[in-house]
Design a protein around this ligand. Structure first.
Ligand code: HEM
Length: 108
């Protein structure tokens, strides 16, 4: 039940932020929606035709990291990581965020 709620809500927040701070993008997107929108008849196909909307959504996904990956790892043998002793068989839950800087930072 939790899957999809937080990601969708946060995605909408970042999309709104981008549209509020990029008036040209907002204007172009509004134009595309107006051209494709049919009152009471808009369906999945009309949304599929909105190519600029897809580009905007993809760019928001690229710029902002709002989804992560959860992975469980089990220690195979007793070891020390950064001064912390970890016993064999100990499980650890890792939560990773994708790093958007990799695509925006000049260093890369
Ligand atoms: C912008 C919207 C969304 C984003 C960015 C997103 C992102 C992700 C990511 C990155 C994962 C993989 C997590 C991992 O590997 O640990 C995932 C898994 C999942 N998402 Fe989403 N999600 C979105 C919307 C939704 C929606 C709307 C639903 C359901 C209605 C949903 C259901 C799920 C489920 C069930 C999984 C687990 C799949 C599995 O067991 O492998 N997600 N999502």
């Amino acid at each position: 039940m939790i899957a999809g709620f937080d990601t969708t809500a946060t995605g909408l927040v970042f999309s709104t932020y981008v549209l509020a701070t990029e008036p040209e993008v907002q204007k172009k997107l509004q134009q595309e929606i107006d051209e494709n929108w049919q009152e009471n008849e808009s369906d999945y196909d009309s949304i599929t035709n909105m190519t600029y909307m897809h580009l905007v959504v993809r760019e928001v996904f690229r710029l902002y990291s709002f989804a992560g990956k959860v992975r469980i790892r089990e220690c195979n043998e007793k070891t020390i990581v950064c001064g912390h002793q970890i016993e064999k068989g100990k499980r650890k839950i890792n939560f990773y965020y994708l790093e958007p800087r990799i695509e925006t930072d000049e260093m890369y």
